[in-house]
Design a protein around this ligand. Structure first.
Ligand SMILES: [Fe+2]
Ligand SMILES: [Fe+2]
Length: 452
């Protein structure tokens, strides 16, 4: 509570204005927590997960056809009706496989930051809500992984999955690579010194992790914070969010909000599909229902990300130049690592098509689902990755929509650099010609290795 009181005393705004603002967001947090406790969406997901059988859901679409892997590509145009349904199911699998990665990150960061709020004191409901969210994420992750794997195994078998797993598996170079380890220690030393005055709120959870793991990279994933960001920087951000700065603990939720907005954009069409089937009295596939209830659970999480990152941070003293720098670097790096490109084959992927993705498609085309030879697979991949088609235009539409959602959210966060407020790095990645140039180069290297 100390910082809150200090903020009230040193803030030039009148104390009535500050108290009014605090009451407003405390009320919203309380309502969110109460509604979340009485809701039964997680229980519904657990039940659906428990009884899921792919064979009982295999003959129908789980979402509108444009939410299918390879949609708009020449392969999709040539695919049979049953292959098209399979690509629709594989889209659910790949998207929720990635969602499970980002929610694994959430589990770690919820606990780290909640521990800071607990030490500050006076934020009990925030901590209870974050603990509840963590428990819900465990159930979500279980459902996504189990149902997704059952689906993918039934459709394409083990081999493409093993490679996908490899691209998602995490091997920390900390402790193994001396350059990365010394970079981590240098960054940690910097954070520790720059935030010396905040150490009284040091996250207990973080300190236990440090004792156990030696390093604080707690994100063994490739979610939005883990993907494309070096392990020393991941550890650095983790340390900053948990080291005791109330501003930075709140600011983590601006980064989490990027995941919330991304998920909402991908999931809302599934909610509409669920409602359409329900209205027409048609069979609702289990994965569609899981998406629907997940969307409802996540609405509470999104509210929390918003209120912590946009309102609650104002309870504390204004950020120092160092804290502003960390906040900006985190958003800048997430922009670059997770939203810096465009995919021609995944309608909701905001990254350049890379070798991992090409390997997955290559093996998918040779799996029993398509049964192609190596040569045929390479021929079709060339058509899909290196030539303009409807898939790229759909990707641009999704990219533009997500970009404006991000801009709407970040627009009034005064401490952000304009490159972050305007999502300039992401905007640069939304270019079909650039995506094609990248794909031509990557595919050339990929096909050279594939024929060896
Ligand atoms: Fe979730
Ligand atoms: Fe969530």
């Amino acid at each position: 509570m100390v910082d809150t009181i200090k903020a009230l005393a040193t803030n030039p705004e009148s104390s009535t204005v500050i108290k009014g603002r605090r009451n407003k967001h405390f009320k919203l947090i309380e309502t969110t927590y109460r509604s979340n406790i009485v809701s039964d969406y997680t229980e519904k997901i657990e039940e659906l997960d428990k009884n899921f059988k792919y064979s009982s859901n295999s003959n129908c679409y789980w979402s509108e056809p444009e939410h299918s892997l390879l949609y708009g590509t020449p392969i999709y145009e040539a695919a049979s009706p049953s292959q098209k349904i399979a690509l629709n199911h594989l889209h659910w699998f790949t998207k929720y496989n990635y969602t499970a990665e980002t929610e694994t990150e959430t589990v770690a960061f919820n606990q780290i930051t909640s521990s800071v709020f607990r030490t500050i004191g006076g934020y009990d409901t925030v901590c209870q809500e974050l603990d509840l969210e963590t428990q819900q994420e465990y159930s979500h992750i279980h459902a996504f992984r189990k149902m997704g794997l059952m689906t993918a195994m039934a459709l394409i078998g083990k081999k493409p999955l093993q490679n996908l797993q490899k691209s998602h598996s995490y091997k920390s170079s900390l402790g193994n690579n001396s350059w990365v380890t010394s970079q981590y220690y240098a960054l940690r030393f910097l954070a520790k010194n720059m935030l010396k005055s905040k150490r009284q709120y040091y996250s207990q959870y973080l300190s236990q992790l440090e004792e156990k793991e030696k390093f604080v990279v707690t994100t063994p994933t490739k979610g939005i914070l883990g993907r494309g960001i070096s392990t020393s920087w991941q550890g650095f951000f983790t340390f900053n969010w948990g080291v005791g700065s109330p501003f930075l603990a709140c600011q983590y939720y601006a980064a989490r909000m990027m995941g919330n907005i991304l998920l909402k954009g991908m999931e809302y069409p599934l909610v509409k599909y669920f409602r359409k089937l329900e209205k027409q009295g048609e069979f609702i596939p289990v994965p569609t229902a899981v998406s629907y209830y997940h969307h409802l659970d996540e609405a509470y999480h999104t509210t929390m990300s918003k209120v912590l990152s946009k309102d609650m941070y104002k309870d504390f003293p204004k950020p120092t130049a160092y804290e502003k720098f960390i906040a900006n670097m985190s958003i800048y790096m997430v922009q670059q690592a997770s939203f810096g490109g465009l995919s021609g084959v995944f309608p909701h992927r905001y990254l350049k098509d890379d070798r991992f993705l090409m390997t997955f498609i290559y093996e998918l085309l040779q799996s029993p689902l398509f049964g192609m030879s190596r040569r045929e697979a390479l021929h079709w991949m060339n058509q899909c990755f290196c030539y303009e088609h409807e898939g790229f235009h759909l990707a641009i539409e999704n990219h533009q929509r997500l970009l404006s959602d991000f801009r709407r959210f970040f627009n009034d966060l005064g401490y952000l650099w304009s490159v972050n407020r305007e999502m300039r790095l992401m905007a640069l990645g939304g270019d079909i010609n650039q995506a094609l140039q990248n794909n031509i180069k990557t595919f050339k290297q990929f096909s050279r290795l594939a024929v060896c």
